[in-house]
Design a protein around this ligand. Structure first.
Ligand code: FES
Length: 95
């Protein structure tokens, strides 16, 4: 299991380690912005990783290129493109 804590406003949740981050969050009832259903197209699902970035899977070349293209702030990950492997603290502007 892996714990996801939130920089503001939400109780921590426990999720299955190795799960896609977007799927883990939405399964736990935490909204993730998206209009492409996790296909790494819309650019809306980026999430700031406040702590524990080493507990997410390494960014693929596709994710890195996409983040450059969409001007995603550094310190963020595309929730639909990474797996959670351990404890992290996350934030978005809409939580
Ligand atoms: S859900 Fe659209 S880019 Fe991640």
């Amino acid at each position: 299991m892996a714990k996801i804590s939130f920089a503001k406003g939400r109780e921590s949740i426990e999720v299955e380690a190795g799960t896609n981050l977007m799927q883990a969050l939405t399964k736990a009832g935490v909204p993730v912005a998206s209009s492409c259903k996790g296909k790494l197209v819309c650019g809306k699902c980026y999430i700031e990783v406040v702590e524990g970035s080493y507990n997410l899977s390494s960014a693929s070349e596709e994710e890195r290129d996409f983040m450059d293209l969409k001007d995603i702030p550094s310190g963020c990950r595309m929730a639909c493109a990474c797996q959670i492997e351990g404890d992290v603290c996350l934030d978005t502007p809409y939580w």
